[in-house]
Design a protein around this ligand. Structure first.
Ligand SMILES: [Zn+2]
Length: 390
């Protein structure tokens, strides 16, 4: 009898330690990785606040909030986005982008997909389903379903936008009650397809409407801007783009190598979207878009979401965001400019979502006109989605 006791005690100890780790560590990571330069409440000029409050449609093209354990239906004091803070910020639409792999030591210049994956560790520490630990596709499905569950938990105040009618419903309901908010699902990196094109259909069925072929490393679809090869679209990548066009999914080329962007521009007539980026015109690194690509994407009626983080834009960040926007405006016009915060994307940003009026203040400071500010803050995204969702 005595022999059986020890394994039981050890098992009990392990489960107590694991529970404590699950309770403490993921929140620590969330807090440390998703920082803001300044904390709310934010002080904004009366003029900027009045203009901000009058905006009918505020939208952002990128946030990784689904990666973390924090409950997005309650107001949190850590991280950048949750539903109550979106309501406070008078947001209309937020892209919820799904990260499934993040190699240790990832960097803008040369990242290998073979390094230890931090998202695997995070899934283990968060006690997410064991199926998630071993499958990138399962992680993507889990996060898609998580947003659907959160929408249910938040009653009728959160709408998941999957088609044009959902968006029209969101616009109409928001006019009656500005607490109504919406979101749509995107994928950051085609590695989650695990090499199978049928997984793209599976993601579409789960509600995903935006998809980026690459994240920090080269995938079976093509080269990342930060990968080893810096290559273009592969045969598999090309097949995925064809299928995305058939399904009506939005192509996101954030983190794509310049060659990959060229290849996709050659292959499809669909307007392209860059969900979160900077521009070489204000910060020349291989994270950021060249003038030639900005012009081509704008000509093709695409959208460029300007990131809020160091590496995409220069410091101080709020000024840097608007300088990047000013550069895009000068070479390609205002119609392609959008917000691409990268909230909760393991980046330090100048303010959380409730600080967006500060961006309006800086846009005014740098000479943007009211109609341009409305366009940048969300109207451009609204028009793009109305045109491109089925
Ligand atoms: Zn990213």
């Amino acid at each position: 009898m005595k022999r059986f006791k020890w394994p039981a005690i050890i098992l009990l100890l392990i489960s107590i330690i694991y529970s404590a780790v699950v309770f403490i560590v993921p929140e620590k990571f969330d807090k440390t990785l998703n920082k803001t330069k300044s904390l709310p409440p934010y002080k904004v000029s009366d003029e900027a606040l009045a203009l901000y409050s009058s905006l009918e449609f505020v939208a952002d093209l990128h946030c990784d909030a689904l990666l973390w354990s924090r409950d997005l239906t309650v107001k949190n004091s850590i991280g950048h986005v949750d539903f109550p803070r979106m309501q406070e910020a008078n947001m209309a639409l937020q892209a919820f982008t799904i990260v499934t792999k993040s190699p240790k030591g990832q960097n803008f210049s040369k990242t290998s997909g073979d390094a230890f994956d931090n998202v695997t560790l995070l899934n283990f520490l968060q006690a997410r389903p064991v199926s998630n630990w071993f499958s990138l596709m399962e992680r993507a499905i889990y996060q898609s379903q998580k947003l659907h569950q959160l929408a249910i938990d938040f009653d009728d105040e959160f709408i998941i936008v999957k088609n044009k009618d959902d968006l029209k419903k969101l616009i109409a309901l928001k006019k009656q009650d500005n607490r109504v908010i919406g979101g749509f699902l995107g994928i950051e990196g085609g590695h989650c397809l695990e090499g199978k094109i049928e997984n793209l259909d599976r993601l579409y069925q789960e509600g995903v409407r935006m998809f980026a072929p690459t994240h920090f490393f080269d995938t079976k679809l093509g080269g990342s801007a930060h990968g080893i090869s810096k290559g273009g679209l592969t045969k598999f990548g090309s097949d995925v783009i064809i299928r995305m066009d058939e399904l009506g999914m939005i192509i996101d080329l954030a983190h794509a190598s310049p060659t990959l962007i060229d290849d996709v521009l050659k292959q499809t007539q669909s307007p392209l979207l860059i969900s979160h980026t900077g521009v070489k015109g204000t910060l020349d690194n291989n994270r950021n878009l060249s003038d030639a690509h900005i012009i081509q994407i704008a000509k093709n009626q695409g959208l460029i979401g300007v990131g809020f983080f160091d590496g995409a834009v220069t410091k101080p960040l709020t000024k840097g965001i608007v300088e990047a926007m000013k550069h895009i405006k000068s070479i390609a016009g205002v119609e392609c400019i959008a917000l691409g915060s990268d909230y909760d994307g393991s980046a330090t940003v100048p303010f959380d979502v409730t600080g967006l009026p500060l961006l309006v203040e800086e846009l005014l400071n740098q000479g943007f006109e009211e109609a341009e500010i409305r366009a940048i803050m969300g109207e451009n995204v609204k028009q793009f989605m109305l045109k491109n969702l089925r």
